[in-house]
Design a protein around this ligand. Structure first.
Ligand SMILES: CC(C)(COP(=O)(O)OP(=O)(O)OC[C@H]1O[C@@H](n2cnc3c(N)ncnc32)[C@H](O)[C@@H]1OP(=O)(O)O)[C@@H](O)C(=O)NCCC(=O)NCCS
Length: 155
């Protein structure tokens, strides 16, 4: 596969899972927002690097709202999928779920969009492969991602 050959979102999507322990939480047993944000960023960075096959750094993380708590003893699941690629910028959607391992009940706790930049050997931004849009869903996500990226860079 050449560097400029388009790649699908499916080819780089990942799920990063971790059991939440007391060290991740406050006294109420709710997982710290910072722990969730770190895992979100890691999942996004992995998807971006899988897509670019180059080192990637985080340039932006959109605001995050914690709608539902993640509790100690639950499995935190971060699903990351590339939604938009510019030249070197790669937007990744990260969906966060908490799974109760005893009941298998799954709660969607929050979502985030983060942007990564693929780097060349000089440490500057370097082109990433274009995103291959295979489905209507891919196209919808890409168009929305392009609009978000336009707003981010205009700021
Ligand atoms: C990422 C970095 C290398 C980019 O520097 P650069 O080579 O001068 O970057 P450019 O000006 O070419 O911009 C790179 C891309 O970022 C995009 N970008 C710039 N500002 C942005 C923002 N606020 N939000 C989202 N994307 C942004 C640009 O539009 C460009 O995208 P494109 O190539 O798809 O058009 C540099 O900003 C950096 O080192 N930042 C620190 C990263 C970091 O430490 N992150 C935390 C740890 S991973």
């Amino acid at each position: 596969m050449t560097e400029s050959e388009p790649k699908s979102a499916k080819a780089s999507e990942i799920s990063l899972n971790q059991l939440m322990l007391p060290e991740h939480a406050n006294a109420l047993g709710n997982v710290h927002g910072g722990v969730i944000m770190k895992m979100v960023d890691e999942a996004g960075a992995i998807a971006a690097m899988r897509h670019a096959q180059k080192p990637c750094v985080t340039i932006a993380i959109d605001s995050m709202t914690f709608k539902q708590p993640v509790h100690v003893g639950q499995l935190m699941v971060c699903q990351a999928r590339v939604t938009f690629v510019g030249r070197s910028s790669i937007e990744v959607q990260i969906l966060v779920h908490a799974e109760n391992l005893l009941t298998r009940e799954v709660t969607h706790t929050n979502s985030a969009y983060a942007v990564y930049v693929s780097l060349g050997s000089d440490g500057r931004s370097s082109a990433a492969p274009p995103l291959l849009l295979e489905t209507d869903d891919d196209k919808t996500l890409f168009d929305a991602g392009a609009e978000r990226q336009q707003r981010r860079t205009a700021r």
